[in-house]
Write a protein that binds this ligand. Structure first.
Ligand code: NAD
Length: 260
């Protein structure tokens, strides 16, 4: 039986990609799409109901639907409350949540199947597995910095992926990213402290997403780069998460590392 998918923000960059992939995959059915009325042009060509309200679509699906959501933090949080009320499942790709918003998602996930990943690509999630080993093997003589590039429409900075990678690097050093992150350098700032991870953001054009981590030590440097060539890699990851989430129980906020 194919899994009914509801796509939030269906006319967004990610929403459009997900709608296309869902229609091509017999494992899924496009059960409905949600979009703001002023951005909904063209969606009536889709073979499913179009709404401005996810609850309208969740009614009648008997908790079987998975809502796939790449929108904005406050929208995803409101959607999570609706999904929990209807006993459905929620795959969230949105980035830019505050710590308080993440805590509310985690609370909702205790009673609702919920999944969040700031980057759904296989490559970035494999990187998250190997970076701690690389960081520890190099030792603390190596300064760690990161540069991320994204398109000029991106709203949050640094990217959710950069923050997740940064958390992973900081943990490997026994640090808390909030204590050691430096995202701006300007003026007479003095020597670089040892306990620091720089994360700089570049914005322009239509760059889907590039993250480079620099390990800079005495006499040498390692650069690890992930480049997303298209949004399809994130959309495929989101659908893989949707299929996986159907077989899970509520309890906690799941992430990509749970699937691997
Ligand atoms: P976008 O601006 O192109 O799309 C967002 C869409 O959400 C828009 O169409 C907008 O109209 C819609 N929207 C806003 N409010 C809404 C509401 N109340 N109801 C329904 N729809 C609403 O943005 P995008 O590039 O598709 O990215 C969306 C989010 O996904 C961002 O936070 C981005 O950082 C994140 N993202 C995550 C990954 C990942 O792998 N996790 C990958 C790419 C993007």
């Amino acid at each position: 039986m194919s899994t009914p998918i509801i796509v939030m923000g269906a006319n967004g960059r990610m929403g459009r990609t997900i709608c296309t992939l869902v229609q091509e995959d017999p494992a899924f059915t496009l059960a409905g799409v949600v979009e703001r009325s002023e951005f909904a042009a063209g969606l009536d060509a889709l073979p499913c109901p179009v709404s401005q309200n996810v609850e309208e679509l969740l009614q009648g699906l008997d908790g079987k639907a998975v809502v796939v959501d790449f929108t904005a933090p406050e929208v995803s949080l409101a959607t999570a409350r609706s999904v929990a009320r209807f006993g459905a499942a929620h795959v969230i790709g949105t980035t830019g949540f505050t710590n308080e918003q993440k805590q509310e998602l985690a609370r909702l996930a205790e009673s609702c199947r919920m999944f969040w990943a700031p980057n759904m690509s296989i490559g970035v999630n494999v990187l998250l597995k190997v970076l701690p080993e690389l960081t520890r093997a190099l030792g603390d003589k190596y300064d760690i910095e990161m540069v991320e590039l994204h398109h000029n429409r991106k709203k949050d900075s640094p990217s959710g992926t950069a923050l997740r990678l940064g958390e992973c690097l900081a943990e490997a050093r026994g640090w808390d990213l909030d204590d050691v992150r430096c995202s701006a350098r300007d003026g007479i700032i003095g020597e670089r402290p040892k306990a620091q991870i720089g994360i700089q953001a570049i914005r322009g054009g239509d760059v889907v997403g590039v993250h480079t981590i620099y390990f800079m030590g005495p006499g040498e440097r390692i650069e690890v780069t992930h480049q997303a060539h298209s949004r399809e890699t994130f959309a495929q990851g989101a659908l893989r998460a949707a299929a996986w989430l159907c077989g899970q129980q509520p309890g906690r906020l799941y992430g990509m590392q749970d699937i691997f």
